[in-house]
Design a binder for this molecule. Sequence first.
Ligand code: IVH
Length: 713
Amino acid sequence: MYSQEEQQSLYSLSKEYLDEGSAIRQQSADQQINELRQLIVYHEYRYYIKHDPVVSDYEYDQLFKQLEALEEAHPELLTPDSPTQRVSTDLTEDFPSVEHLVPMLSLANSYNAEDLYEFDRQIKRYANIPEEQDIEYAVEPKYDGGSIAVIYENDQLSRGATRGNGQMGEEMTNNARVIRSIPLKAAFSEYGIQKVELRGEVLIRKDAFERINQKRAEEGLTLFANARNTATGGLRMKDPQEVAKRGLEAFIYTLGYAADEKGESVLEKFNTHKESLDMLEKLGFKVPAEPEERTVCRSIREVVDFCTGWEEKREAYPYEIDGMVVKVNDRELQERTGYTSHHPRWSIAYKFKAKQATSKLLKVEYQVGKIGSITPVAKIAPVQLAGVTVASVSLHNEDFITSKDLRIGDTVLVERAGDVIPYIVKAMDDLRDGSEQPIEFPRYCPVNDTAEAVELVRPEGEAAWRCPTCVCGAQNLQQIIFHVSKNAMDIDGMGKSIIERFYELGWLRTIADVYRLDYDKIAALEGFGQKSADNLKASIERAKQNPIHRLLHSLSIHHLGRKVSRIIAAEVSHVLELQNWTAEDFTNIKDVGPVVAENIQSFFQDEHNIKMLQEMEELGVNLHQTEEDIPKAVSGEGPFAGKTILFTGSLQTMSRKEAQAKAEAAGAKNISAVSGNLDFLVVGEKAGSKLKKAKELGTVTILTEQEFLEQLP
Ligand code: IVH
């Protein structure tokens, strides 16, 4: 759209307006207004089309304000295509029905490679092309928003309308004008075009959608269901200022009508679909970008590859798309192939696997977690969602069920986006026949299979009901599963089903049992053998040497995550020291809150837990701080900031404790052993093996007590 030189001169002119202010105002107002409009249109193009601005938002605003001021002083120079005129302050009373210049047709759908091959064969039959001859296709994303048609006359945007029923749409020019990727003027006349109708899709970026919903949540407003509704709803808002706030964007994907001064079609000037999009791109419209988003394939085989390749890219793409659109590239061949009353025969949508489906909610089962939280799980009639069969969907907690008013027997809408776990969007309440049953959340532990009933509790401020005293062992099983998991002790080859099997065999009751498994018995189990047993043994032996932050995290202490586990690990030399810590000792550490402090403290007050940890230590599990537990970089200034330090021998002017406190105040971390991780060794009198080892290592800076004191800030 802009040549290199044009961009350079627009950029330097912007700087002149920004830097010199009044100096430039010696020119006529007319000229300044024209220049400022050009500059703003350019910066909007860089921002809204290219997503690559060359001035800051602040600078853009300054240019905009200069233009507004000039236009206010010279109302006679105001024109509707000025960038200041995008947002009208008039409310739209209604959206009048308007006729499209040519009908906006639909597309036929295809779902797999075979459908695409059949589409290709059909075109060849219609157009009398031999089977072995390849056809060229243009392929681009199928945007999932609201379709629009925009008309330009004499290079000015003159009308915007929704698709409506394809013949008639709703006129919403004011709303189209606030969409900054739709230029208010475009030089179609350079192509001999006097009147043109473009088709495209109005969308909202996925991240912008998230931000809008976040803001709505903060304001206590109901959330939008998805990006599509947010975009289509936005198009039909009465107040263009509100529409502007949604940050809508428009991709243009086809030229529907183009005529010259005499009203004669000039569509045939464009030999291919690609050529027409290239022109629109040059005129400053947002079209799918080449070659990532749109491409020309030389055969249907290439089309299949391009479409299936996009299926994987779909989730990461910033806009919602629900498939690809395949179009015969050659315009003349399009005409030969023709149309049905419903869709062009020369184009087809390749639909990605559905992300949403409806199913029946058959029953609700309950699972207990590692800290006793009860999670309801909906069992639904199995459905295919984005290529995976889904039969169970988590309902999270009682409030979720109540807020969606879910009932057994309901038809529910289920959604699965990419790798995200499936969830229930809503119950289709108009499909109810009265036989649906309410879901009663249990008051007693539903997992417990012993005779002793355990009443559930719901701690204040939490969403989950919990089983406070597990009598059936179900929580232990979950704790073991978590203990060995990747984020915790990371024991390879010990998946959930293996743990469940060992648990049923009575081999596992607590996490300590993981370290006393009998590998001969395992080797003899069906489906195992010596090799698997040996591999499992090797993984468990490796895990025994884990740093203690992993062990702390693996203990299923409520709210104790990886980060705080690391922070606490750095503070102790042995895990069992924590028995003597008060809740205050924990909260004295930055980033440790009172709730987690209390949970850790009460864990270490429970003698069963202490006994279990002692057993684990006897079985070879490491409970001592290791180098990995010590944070490598601590921020601060001075020679000791972020460094590790160790005092050895007897100090003369201060106690060991005082020295350590001084070092810490200077940003250093005291550690207890000489290793490659040690930066400074401060030697007092009669320093022995530590000094010797530090010298051997050669990487440790050795300081006398005096040198240490001198270097303190
Ligand atoms: S071309 C004559 N291209 O899909 C061809 N349509 O069922 C008309 N859509 O509502 C459509 N992305 O708004 C075309 N790249 C694209 C598209 C696209 C999305 C929408 C279109 C229409 C529906 C077709």
